[in-house]
Design a protein around this ligand. Sequence first.
Ligand code: DLL
Length: 443
Amino acid sequence: MSKHAKNSERNFHPLSAPDFLPLPRLRDLQFQRLKATVQRAYDRVALFRQRMEERDLTPRDVQSLDDLAKLPFTGKNDLRDTYPFGLFASPMREIVRLHASSGTTGKPIVVAYTQEDVQVWTNVMLRSLAACGLHEGDIIQNAYGYGLFTGGLGAHYGAEALGATVIPISGGNTPRQLMVMKDFGVTAICCTPSYFLHLIDQAPEAGIQFKDLPLRAGIFGAEPWTEAMRRRIEADSGIKAYDIYGLSEIVGPGVAMECECQAGPHIFEDYFYPEILHLKTGKPCADGEEGELVLTTLGKQAMPMIRYRTRDITALASETCECGRTLRRIKRIGRRADDMFIIRGINVYPSQVETALLKVEGALPHYQIVLTREEDLDVMEVQVEVTPEVFNDTVGALEALRLKLTKSLETIVGVRAKVRLVQPRTIQRSEGKAKRVIDQRKM
Ligand code: DLL
């Protein structure tokens, strides 16, 4: 069988059955779980009860899935304001795990799991890995960070439950990652897309040709990335790159995952109920229309989340996927409402910059955006690495490339940026989430 044999040529994992539930059964299951979740939060989480009372609502007002729209939202600030354990719905003796996500404003956000929550998480991660064609016998290098970050342990439990062999290497130590990948016959890797690019970059030095390795799949997430980036990764490494989405507040990785059709992540809707709300009006978006993803957990015990505002911008796709899953898909999350920066009045997202850069041959997918202010005017400088061939080319050729990039940015982003071409490997690499924007205007 080729290294990219289709899942359909194998049996699906039995635990993936909920991916294919007929819609009426799925909706009924969601409704039953929603009622139980709302009741649990109402009985056990003071903040939620208070917000329900302010609206004259009780759990009995949830008579259908549509009634979800009446319920109050939860936001990141609620987690901060009740730090560390204020939103827990289980006593500590029932909580078997805590994780935390580092916020930009000091204190982290703490999330909790009961034994049952860990099982649900394991289940959705197993289904995530199965969805992209992994199975027993696969050797999975898990380069997501182990620790308070949910990536490492989340993927770990799912991979083990699948029956695959998991290598808990965690992030960092690139030479060792490459050695293990080759020597252990790794068939799939879990890490951020930016870190995988770094591995591709470093492979020649380690005497490794990705295309000669049995590696066939990458489970990439935890940060925004673009279709252009996917194409680069696949072309440069010969693997298939799949998008996995999740956030600590909801569970960690495994909220949504792409199947082999690579047509956007399927949400594991039997446990996470999605709404997409218009960014300005807050009204529900039509299918395909972009807005903020709002998620409700269906079944979380330790920390039920009702209508959590993710700040992630996406659209829902309800049409059936070729894989046969009835789970709706989200469009790749290219941007977060709070990643946006404004430059001379124009809203810009880093993913637009990425798309513009990768359209131009000679530019590498390593870039950083530096924002400064000169004489009261915002200046956006885009530093981008170029291939060694280009870098050693004539001054004229470099200048031509710089102009092409400037033009591409102007067309796609709508801003005239200063483009600075830099040598390969000069932009700082991250072992986890890449830092794309350095805003020096606030200092
Ligand atoms: O990043 C969980 C995770 C680990 C997901 C490993 C996937 C793989 P947090 O650290 O809480 O959790 O960050 C969550 O990261 O709200 C998104 O803004 C962003 N994010 C996560 N996955 C994707 C993705 C983990 N596939 C925040 N595409 C989320 C775009 C993503 N953004």
